[in-house]
Design a protein around this ligand. Structure first.
Ligand SMILES: O=P(O)(O)OC[C@H]1O[C@H](OP(=O)(O)OP(=O)(O)O)[C@H](O)[C@@H]1O
Ligand SMILES: Nc1ncnc2[nH]cnc12
Length: 247
């Protein structure tokens, strides 16, 4: 493999058509990189360095930084290249980060779960809260592996029992997520998981909902971050762990 790194940077241009979806590009180009057949772009994403759960923030860098303690961890590159990017979905100008192709790659999918499990298995987490819909894919295997319960955080009017709701703002309008009353107890320690953080509105709402019922959120975790959308800033002091940056 060639070792020269080139950089291709496109600055975020918010699209008027976009509401909760946003497009951008910020990634190092790596010639001769082996990519999955699903990847539309011959690029590897930037990666975010790990922080212990006690740390509050991690920062993106132009040097690839790995989510594992091993700076050469090859799993992140494979995960990154297994995520398909679909331009102009669901709206013109959006670069949709499609994790369904990651799920087809059994090694990359397993590596994704393993990376989260390695980070959280000794953190005394009793609740993994997954955000609808794609947090329902990554959350349950992590919960099972670390011995925590899985709590779905759903879109409005989907849960049959009594719910507690949290509204949050989108670029235009508002949305809401809900959780069953009694699913968690005050004093429990939670991990909030989703596939992707963009503006951070969804994760913020999930954290707020859990904190309102006395749960301590140890960390939020996502497979992908779109750093230009500054979701990390919206989370404030809440700790965020991600594996790769969006292409
Ligand atoms: O950081 P934010 O700006 O809040 O955006 C991130 C959210 O957007 C996507 O879900 P989406 O709202 O598309 O719902 P879906 O998973 O049900 O399709 C993604 O899976 C996150 O949940
Ligand atoms: N670009 C994107 N791809 C996938 N999910 C998203 N949610 C918000 N923005 C997204």
């Amino acid at each position: 493999m060639a070792t020269t790194l080139c950089f291709s940077i496109s600055v975020l241009t918010p699209t008027p058509q976009s509401s909760s979806y946003h497009s951008f590009s910020l990634f190092p180009k790596i010639p001769n990189l082996t990519l999955s057949p699903f990847s539309l772009s011959p690029f590897i994403r930037l990666q975010i360095s790990p922080l212990p759960l006690t740390s509050l923030r991690s920062t993106a860098s132009y040097s690839p930084r790995m989510a594992s303690n091993d700076a050469q961890d090859p799993r992140l590159a494979r995960i990154s290249s297994a995520i398909r990017v679909i331009p102009n979905f669901p709206k013109p100008g959006i670069m949709f980060q499609d994790i369904t192709t990651l799920l087809l790659d059994t090694k990359a999918f397993k590596d994704t779960i393993d990376l989260f499990v390695e980070r959280y298995r000794d953190q005394n987490i009793s609740v993994v809260a997954g955000v609808e819909a794609r947090g329902f894919i990554f959350g349950p295997p992590i919960a099972l592996a670390i011995g925590a319960k899985f709590v779905p955080m759903r879109k409005p009017n989907k849960l049959p029992g009594e719910v507690i709701s949290e509204e949050y703002s989108l670029e235009y309008g508002t949305d809401k997520i809900e959780m069953h009353v009694g699913a968690v107890q005050p004093g429990e320690r939670a991990l909030v998981i989703d596939d992707l953080i963009a503006t951070g509105g969804t994760l913020c709402a999930a954290v707020n909902l859990l904190e309102r019922v006395g749960v301590h959120v140890a960390e939020c975790a996502c497979v992908i971050e779109l750093p230009e959308l500054k979701g990390r800033e919206r989370l404030g002091d809440r700790s965020l762990f991600v594996l790769v940056n969006g292409a």
